[in-house]
Design a protein around this ligand. Structure first.
Ligand SMILES: Nc1ncnc2c1ncn2[C@@H]1O[C@H](COP(=O)(O)OP(=O)(O)OP(=O)(O)O)[C@@H](O)[C@H]1O
Ligand SMILES: [Mg+2]
Length: 242
């Protein structure tokens, strides 16, 4: 079994005349936690939408688990099922918090077996289990979206600014839950964050996207302490001018 789970070569993504992503080469290792950082509009969410096969590459090749994958409507179900995404603006369903968290399990024909209760407990939402999901605060809704993903114990978890609306206690809870899934299940995690402290805490490797290009990708310590690219150095110092 190869060490690489995703391999992107010469990938571009265009919307109309605009190329929003142009990645020469990117390999994501099986079981790693990769932090994706970069300014607003850099293409981070777009990259996640390629990694979850929602969108197709405009040019280039994307392989998942050694197999070339066509995204969009042609994405194979077996690949789709292995990847779970928590979107930047998660949409909750009608019904209770518990029903929302149980939804993905049901869709996959899996039994709950107490997993929903356990995950709600873990992310501090047990007291809201019976509450209508649509009435939740922004931070509560974000935690439900995360719980809904975690309960599936996916092979790959893609998180788009998963803690943007959370207070510090809940940030810590979420980071712990994600780290635990990675450790216990070997889940590959790719997460987008604007919080460089979080990138450093959680990311085993960190990648910087600028204007759709992958500027640098390195082990977290090296990325922050010994960046190879002057733009990375400026970005981690908070001195980048966009
Ligand atoms: N469906 C689309 N159609 C046209 N342009 C798009 C589409 N999706 C994204 N873009 C453009 O692509 C660029 C990258 O967007 P993306 O959402 O990937 O950025 P991001 O790095 O996630 O930014 P943020 O940190 O603000 O979430 C943006 O300029 C955006 O306007
Ligand atoms: Mg985004």
């Amino acid at each position: 079994m190869s060490d690489s789970l995703y391999a992107l070569v010469g990938v571009t993504k265009r919307y109309g005349p605009r190329t929003v992503l142009a990645v020469d080469e990117l390999t994501i290792r099986r079981g790693e936690v990769l932090a994706l950082v970069g300014p607003s509009g850099a293409g981070k969410s777009t990259l996640l939408r390629l990694l979850n096969f929602l969108e197709t590459v405009t040019t280039g090749a994307l392989a998942f688990d050694g197999r070339p994958i066509a995204g969009g409507d042609d994405a194979p179900l077996c690949a789709l099922r292995r990847v779970t995404t928590v979107f930047q603006r998660p949409v909750l369903l009608r019904g209770t918090v518990a029903e929302n968290v149980a939804f993905g399990l049901k869709l996959r024909g899996q039994r709950d077996g107490g997993a929903v209760g356990r995950i709600l407990e873990e992310v501090g939402l047990a007291h809201l289990a019976g509450t209508a999901a649509r009435t939740l605060s922004g931070g509560e809704a974000q935690r439900v979206a995360l719980a809904r993903a975690l309960v599936l114990r996916p092979d790959v978890l893609l998180l788009d600014e998963p803690t943007a609306n959370l207070d510090p206690v809940n940030v810590a809870l979420m980071e712990r839950s994600v780290a635990r899934l990675n450790r216990e299940q070997g889940t590959t995690v790719v997460f987008v964050t604007h919080n460089l402290f979080q990138a450093r805490r959680m990311g085993q490797r960190v990648a910087l996207l600028l204007d759709g290009r992958l500027v640098e990708m390195a082990e977290a310590e090296r990325f922050f302490e010994h960046p190879q690219d002057s733009r990375t150095a400026a970005f981690v110092r908070g001195e980048m001018i966009y």
